[in-house]
Structure formats: C-alpha cells, structure tokens
Design a binder for this molecule. Structure first.
Ligand code: FAD
Ligand code: NAI
Length: 327
C-alpha cells in the first residue's frame, strides 16, 4: 500500500484536498484538534438544535466550485437559501433583495463537511504541535506526545497563524503564513420562545457593533423549537471586546440587535456566544495554495484566496493539484 498523505485540518479546505487526492487513488489521514469536522463551517449544538455560528451561507462564483455545489445539491447536502434580506444603515432597516444565489448545507452548516469526510481515516481531538521530516518520510507530533506517521507528504489546512508554526520545516512557507493577519469575530445565538414580530430573515448591518444577523429557522432543513438568531459582531468591535466575558458580549450584542430590529425583543430562552479568533484574513490573496514540492509539504485554506467558503474549497483543490503534479 502507498504511504498515506497527512492532512491537518478538517475544515472545507482540508476536506477538499482529501477528496481530490483520494479521487486520484491516494490514501489520506486527517487530523483535527476539534471533536468534529467543519472548522469555521461548524455548527454549535444547543438545546434548540444545531445552530450555525460560523459561516452563514456561501456563494459560488468560480465555475469549478459551482460544479461541486451542484453535485452536493444532488446528494442533498446543500440547498438554496432565499432569506427576506435587509440592510441596516445608521439604524434604519430597509429591504435589500438581490438576485445572488446563496447556499447553505442542510440541516446545518457542518453537515457538508460530515458528508465530505466519507470513509477517510481521521483523528479528532488531536492537536498537532509539530511536523518534522526524517530521511524519507514525515512524522506528526501531537500535544499529547504521540507520534503519527510515516507520511509521504503533509498538507497543512489550518488558519494562517496556526499554519505558520506547523510549517517550520519549510521556513519560506512559514514566513508567508506568518505574514497573514486574521481578524476575530464574536458570534452570538439567541433563541426566543415566541417568534419575533419582524419580517427580517437576514440583514447586512453597518454603523453598529453588529455586521450581520440571520434567523436560523429561515434556512432550509432547520426545525428549531425556538425562534433562533445568529448575530455576528464586526471585526473592530470584536477586537475591542476580545477578552470580554461571554455574558457581557451576549448582553451588548443583544442590545444592538434590539435597537435595530424594530420590534419588541423579550429576554431570550437561549443564548450562547462563540469567539472566533481567526475568523477572516484582513485581505484576499491569489496564492491558491503554498507548496514546497521538494520537501513535500503544502498549505491551503481560505487565507490563500478569498477568505470565504469558496476560497477554502478552491485552495484545497489547488494544494492537491500541486501535490499530484509532483508525483
Ligand atoms: P477552517 O474551517 O478554519 O478549518 C481549519 C481546521 O483546522 C479547523 O477544523 C481546526 O480545528 C483545525 N486545526 C487548526 N489547528 C490545528 C492543529 N494544530 N491540529 C489539528 N487541527 C487543527 N464564509 C462564507 O463564504 N460565507 C459566510 O457567510 C461566512 N461567514 C463567516 C462567519 C464567521 C463568524 C466566520 C468565523 C467565518 C465565516 N466565513 C464565511 C468564512 C468561512 O467560514 C471560511 O472561509 C472557511 O470555512 C475556512 O475553511 P478552512 O478549511 O480554510 O479553515
Ligand atoms: P455576498 O455576495 O452575499 O456578500 C458580500 C458582501 O456584499 C456582504 O458582506 C455585504 O456587505 C454585501 N452585500 C451582498 N448582498 C447585499 C445586499 N442584498 N444588500 C446589502 N449588502 C449586500 O457573499 P460572499 O461574497 O460570498 O461573502 C460571504 C459573506 O461572508 C460576507 O457577508 C462576508 O462578510 C461574510 N464573512 C464573514 C466572516 C466573519 O468573520 N464574520 C468571515 C468571512 C466571510
């Protein structure tokens, strides 16, 4: 049997690379520090069901990604979302309908990555701390002190700040990853026992601590016993409140929500908060993926392209393509 390829990260970038490599007949082993797949497309379990607290939806502008999305749709893994879309500026809400096709995984965002995991070998709750090369092969060391290997190649598919450490065997790649700042985002979910009296299902927000809000129940396949909303703070508000307690963040973002939504907002029956430290790169890049083909180590992730779901998937494809062309 061929020596497998290690992929660190089971977000969409890592799984995209895994699929392309296994389609080419290679065997892959995936690692993730979390208990499940999805990364920033993860959904948070709650007493009202799984709620999307990271990526909210995605668009498909690249032809290759659009084709993949159509296949996922045929499998029933994704569906269109047509929310009643608003925008809020200076506190004024206005309908902001458009023609943009938007997609969500069903019945929760993380379901797409669960489906893409397929039968790949995967180690969850396994945080890789070091990646090193012997004479011929790669070995990974996790934070519990376990060695994993041998691997023929390694693909690092984590956010840039985490990738730079894992890429230390390839200093040029590590330096590129270290040059990519990523911004944080506070995300809050609120669940109300009675449906809020508003037609809004999603809203792009300006001039507020919030930049986005969405009614999770308006997405296809979600059946929550509560009227559940996801609120995302702006990067700048998050930076200013990065060390605030979850309670304080929930309180302040709920206040901002109540101010702009234009209807009575009672005390929520459910509230939770999640801080994404590496939510998005400060700018887009055109790297596709990073490669040191002589060593056999690669890096991919949304930060190599557009900082969106589509960019993550395309970057994973590009890492796999670069690896395959060296075989
Ligand atoms: P990730 O999803 O971050 O995956 C990286 C994986 O690596 C994670 O699972 C992590 O646990 C794992 N990992 C990290 N370090 C280690 C380690 N040392 N060992 C093992 N595993 C490790 N995009 C859109 O297109 N539309 C949106 O509406 C949208 N909204 C967003 C809202 C928020 C709040 C956030 C945070 C992001 C949003 N995005 C959105 C961006 C989108 O989620 C990302 O672009 C995409 O999911 C990134 O995928 P990825 O595979 O590159 O990285
Ligand atoms: P998109 O085309 O729907 O949105 C792109 C941007 O265009 C929006 O952020 C918004 O500012 C504007 N926009 C689009 N339609 C609008 C409308 N009808 N009315 C008013 N403004 C509108 O989706 P795309 O390009 O796929 O972007 C994905 C989304 O993911 C963006 O909203 C982006 O902000 C969000 N994102 C959030 C992150 C976070 O950490 N909170 C991280 C990465 C992406």
């Amino acid at each position: 049997m061929n020596t497998p390829i290690a992929i660190i990260g089971t977000g969409l970038a890592g799984l995209s690379a895994a699929q392309a490599l296994s389609d080419a007949g290679l065997s892959v082993t995936l690692f993730d520090k979390s208990r499940g797949s999805g990364g920033r497309m993860a959904s948070k379990r709650s007493e009202a069901g799984s709620l999307d607290l990271g990526a909210q939806y995605f668009t498909a502008r690249d032809r290759r990604f659009a084709e993949a999305v159509q296949q996922w749709r045929q499998h029933g893994w994704v569906d269109n979302w047509h929310p009643a879309l608003y925008q809020a500026r200076n506190g004024a809400l206005a309908l902001s309908a458009d023609e943009q096709e938007r997609w969500v995984a069903t019945p929760r965002m993380s379901a797409l990555t669960r489906a893409l995991l397929g039968g790949h070998q995967v180690h969850f709750s396994c945080r890789i701390s070091e990646v090193f090369r012997g004479e011929q092969h790669w070995t990974l060391l996790d934070t519990e002190g376990n060695n994993h290997g041998p691997f023929s190649h390694v693909i690092v598919a984590t956010p840039a700040p985490q990738a730079s450490t894992l890429l230390s065997a390839a200093p040029k790649l590590a330096a590129v990853a270290a040059s990519v700042p990523m911004e944080p985002t506070w995300a809050v979910a609120l669940g109300f026992a009675r449906e809020l009296d508003t037609p809004v299902q999603a809203c792009f927000v300006e001039d507020s601590p919030l930049q986005w809000l969405a009614r999770n129940n308006s997405k296809p396949g979600r059946q929550h016993p509560l009227d559940c909303w996801a609120l995302h703070a702006t990067s700048s508000w998050t930076r200013q409140h990065v060390d605030s307690s979850k309670e304080a963040v929930i309180d302040q973002l709920r206040g901002a929500f109540a101010e702009l939504i234009g209807c009575a907002v009672p005390a929520p029956s459910l509230s939770l908060a999640h801080r994404w430290l590496y939510a998005r790169p400060t700018q887009a890049h055109e790297w596709g993926a990073l490669a040191d083909s002589d060593l056999g180590i690669y890096a991919c992730g949304d930060w190599c392209l557009s900082g969106r779901v589509e960019g993550a998937w395309l970057s994973g494809q590009e890492a796999a393509r670069k690896l395959l062309e060296q075989l």
